[in-house]
Ligand binder design. Structure first.
Ligand code: UT7
Length: 324
């Protein structure tokens, strides 16, 4: 097996940036509550003329330009979203494929909630072993259209963003995805849901609003248990110690979850990249958005060892060990 690396990464966030203090008054929330319970201060919210596909296309075009790969060379467009353009067909991946002109690719969506990018790059790595063509992995989310804006327990937590990565064979056989762990615990399938699919009889669908239901405590408990276990297993399976890892890049859902993981390893929080304060929880876009943010801040250099770790509805969870 050859190694597959992230040759280019990019992201897109909508222009409209909203502070906790500017959320609707009717929510009866406060900057103090949101910051102390989540670490979130800001989120970006999509404009009416934006969609998951337009945002994904913007991120994808930039990643393609950076990689130097022409769109017609892309063999697969793999797109992760919790908030597809259509419910459920055609796939948002097909809309993005057309938008970028990747006319020789297979394009389809994956539904793995906030773990979608972690799943996506591992699936891409495996597919490339057989079909050896460049792959575009996109994660794009407009969570602001899936939350109930009268439910302060959920709507304050999420933001909108897209990110994209171009995957190619590693130039030196060292840089790239070294290992991944992908798991699902469907005993928790009911703790984080967006209803409205074809399981719901037509008679109940009338006036049904798309909205996130979340048992926050159950997801929180799941996350603080599984994040350390995924990191530890990636380390053990690859004979590494925590000290040899340059960065942990966790799903950006809640600062308290990340702080808890850091304390489980007895390491400073600064070993974990955190940008949840600026973007809130952008579901599957959060990890690639974090990677792009790190790149822009000059925090990543070739050879750095990174562990990504994600969790979300399903319940899905997993991580990747990457040499940048
Ligand atoms: O991407 C993966 C998906 N999601 C997550 O990772 C989320 C995981 N869970 C969490 O991050 C936390 O459970 C939350 C941030 C969602 C909630 O934090 P919490 O410390 O577990 O708060 P809570 O749900 O226990 O609520 C405490 C209180 C309640 O009031 P009472 O019943 O004690 O009077 C809530 O009604 O805080 C109240 N509350 C709020 N108050 C002001 C809940 N949301 C808000 C709010 N503003 N936005």
């Amino acid at each position: 097996m050859f190694r597959v690396y992230l040759a280019a990464i990019s992201s897109y966030v909508p222009e409209n940036r909203v502070h906790n203090n500017d959320l609707p008054l009717e929510l009866e929330t406060s900057d103090e509550w949101i910051v102390s319970h989540t670490g979130i201060s800001w989120r970006h919210l999509a404009a009416d003329d934006e969609s998951p596909s337009t945002m994904g296309i913007a991120a994808a075009k930039d990643a393609l330009t950076k990689s130097g790969v022409p769109p017609e060379d892309i063999g697969m467009v793999l797109l992760s979203t919790t908030t597809p353009d259509f419910a459920p067909i055609p796939s948002t991946a097909c809309v993005v494929q057309e938008g970028i002109g990747a006319k020789n690719a297979v394009a389809f969506d994956i539904t793995a909630a906030c773990t979608g990018f972690v799943y996506g790059i591992e699936l891409a790595r495996c597919y490339m072993q057989v079909h050896n063509k460049p792959i575009l992995v996109v994660a794009t989310e407009i969570m602001s259209r899936a939350v109930d804006w009268s439910d302060r327990k959920t709507c304050v937590l999420f933001g909108d963003a897209a990110a994209a990565a171009v995957l190619l064979p590693s130039p030196d056989g060292v840089r790239g995805i070294v290992d991944s762990i992908l798991l699902s615990d469907s005993s928790g399938k009911d703790v984080l849901t967006i209803e409205g699919g074809c399981r719901t009889p037509t008679s109940r669908k009338e006036n049904m609003q798309l909205k996130v239901y979340m048992d926050g405590t159950a997801v929180f408990t799941f996350a603080i248990r599984t994040i350390p276990s995924i990191i530890q297993k990636l380390l053990d399976d690859n004979n590494l110690t925590f000290d040899e890892i340059d960065w942990i890049v966790p799903h950006q859902a809640n600062y308290r979850i990340i702080r808890s993981a850091a304390s489980r390893f007895g390491v400073p929080e600064s070993r974990f990249f955190i940008n949840v304060q600026n973007y809130a929880n952008t579901a599957s876009a959060s990890i690639p958005l974090a990677l792009h943010d790190m790149e822009q801040q000059g925090l990543l250099k070739p050879g750095d060892k990174i562990v990504t770790v994600g969790f979300g509805a399903g319940l899905s969870y997993g991580g990747n060990l990457i040499i940048w």
